[in-house]
Design a protein around this ligand. Structure first.
Ligand code: TYD
Ligand code: MG
Length: 491
């Protein structure tokens, strides 16, 4: 009996001890929770490359930039509605042969140039990022695309403009349809709620820098907000197969949203560029998981929005029929598209001690190198002269095949002798004055012939790769700058 009593006492004692220890553990946990909740965790994030550090640094160890660390709170709020979009089912590996791609049909955006840059249309579930300088026409382009796609439920979200402003812009752009919902919102959670309600087929967000999520307490536009919002949108796009077009601002260095974080997350990165003083805009593809990056779209900004340019050569050459000195035409290629571009040069005696060299649309250092070649190899004394170079149409050319036209326009201006209107050039200049072969030469020749040129000067090293029977145009092969000079100016 006493034994039983002692055992019972012991058991109750053990129970009490267990109960107490449980209570203590609970209280400890609770206090810890309170402690965690009261102390928001902060980190310092480099606004240039996204590197994190527990303490402030003057210089970033990763990208080497100064004064880029900004404190950001990374406390996570209790509950987030975003998780409703996360696929709860764990994904399983699938055999590549079993994966069906039948639903991977691209959506036609009804915009030939935009489709071309995307590689044939919008891929369901993809995220397309369009970057560009302020005022270049990003909002106009995406609104125009959103309004032109018929029979699709489109949600256009703007964090920058009010509904009235967007309506005014839409009024300017013709061919509007009514199947486009406009939402002026910056909170990611509200946007997701609206997406759930409307169930759009395509989503447009202008711009990613204005979005913010409750999950993070840092300000909109900061690296962590951009990264988090894009990640949530990416998960949504991948699980729902709805394509999303994002607009991103570029910073002083030309990067979208500062660090490269965005570029890595999204499927396609397009760059919208051009000179604001000129009408032409070029849409380039910097990254494309579903197509080539060498495609290029050309638009013209008009009073009623952006207009597609299907034949750029005619626009990039001035319609002036007079023969002027200092003008030459280059058969150039941007991406995979051939164009004929007018190069204009002005050479005059330097009014001050140091001669000026200025160029628009062409690399200034390359101009310096070409001038040095002219000085040393052809014997032109240009060191005491001002040289101004301009690529017509306000476009920027990276193609090195334009070198020969640049040299010819400089010589033409210096001698004040015009180059015949029916001649064009395609060749890269080497440091010793040799004219080097360029790629896609047949495409260049074909474009020159199509536009009615009767003579094209190209490198003699390109001779092998040409099928002469195809062309009526007179192809002249040259090996050195002196030969071109003799041919053109001493005839
Ligand atoms: P916008 O799309 O607002 O540029 P972004 O979103 O890249 O900042 O375009 C701004 C410029 O485009 C503005 O300066 C006016 C011009 N524009 C036209 O010339 N025609 C038009 O039909 C529209 C809508 C804009
Ligand atoms: Mg805008």
């Amino acid at each position: 009996m006493t034994h039983l009593f002692i055992i019972l006492c012991c058991l109750s004692g053990v129970n009490i001890i267990i109960n107490y220890s449980l209570l203590i553990i609970y209280l400890l946990n609770y206090s810890q929770k309170i402690y965690i909740m009261s102390k928001a965790k902060t980190v310092y994030i480099c606004q240039s490359c996204g590197m994190q550090s527990p303490k402030w640094l003057g210089k970033c160890n990763q990208c080497g930039k100064w004064n880029t660390y900004i404190e950001e709170i990374i406390s996570v709020s209790k509950k987030s509605k975003i998780t409703s979009f996360v696929n709860k089912e764990t994904s399983k590996p699938e055999l590549i042969s079993n994966i069906s791609i039948s639903e991977e049909k691209r959506i036609d955006t009804k915009n030939t140039e935009f489709n071309r840059v995307l590689g044939g249309g919008l891929v369901p579930g993809s995220i397309v990022l369009i970057g560009g300088e302020p005022g270049i026409g990003k909002s106009t382009l995406v609104l125009q695309i959103a309004l032109n796609i018929a029979k699709k439920n489109i949600l256009y979200i703007s964090g920058e403009e009010s509904l009235r402003q967007i309506k005014l812009r839409a009024e300017r752009i013709s061919n509007t349809t009514n199947d486009c919902y406009i939402l002026s919102e910056t909170s990611l959670e509200n946007i997701l709620l609206n997406i759930e309600k409307i169930e759009p087929d395509i989503i447009v967000i202008d711009s990613i820098q204005t979005l913010n999520t409750d999950k993070l307490e840092s300000s909109p536009g900061s690296v962590s907000q951009i990264r988090e919002c894009t990640n949530v949108l990416l998960k949504f796009a991948k699980t729902s197969a709805v394509p999303i077009i994002l607009i991103g601002h570029i910073n002083k260095e030309g990067n979208i949203a500062g660090p490269k974080v965005l570029e890595h997350i999204v499927d396609t990165v397009l760059q919208f560029e051009g000179d604001r003083n000129h009408m032409y805009r070029i849409l380039r593809s910097n990254k494309n998981r579903f197509g080539s990056t060498s495609e290029l779209g050309i638009f013209e900004m008009r009073n009623n929005g952006l207009c597609e340019v299907s034949n750029p050569s005619e626009l990039l050459m001035s319609q002036n029929n007079e023969q002027l000195s200092g003008v030459s035409i280059s058969a150039s290629i941007e991406g995979v598209r051939p164009f004929l571009i007018e190069v204009q040069a002005l050479v005059s005696s330097a009014a001050y001690g140091t001669p000026q060299r200025s160029s628009t649309g062409f690399d200034l250092r390359r101009l310096g190198m070409l001038l040095a070649v002219l000085e040393k190899k052809v014997g032109f004394k240009l060191s005491t002269k001002d040289v101004f170079l301009n690529i017509a149409g306000g476009i920027k050319v990276d193609d090195t095949a334009i070198d020969l036209a640049v040299i010819c326009s400089i010589l033409s201006s210096d001698l004040d002798v015009s180059i015949k209107k029916n001649i064009c050039f395609a060749g890269e200049i080497g440091l010793s004055g040799e004219i080097r072969a360029v790629n896609r030469i047949e495409q260049r020749i074909a474009e020159a012939q199509k536009l009615g040129f009767s003579k094209i000067y190209i490198s003699k090293y390109n001779k092998k790769s040409i099928e002469f029977s195809k062309y009526n145009i007179n192809i002249v092969f040259v090996g050195k700058v002196e030969e071109v000079f003799r041919e053109i100016f001493k005839e």
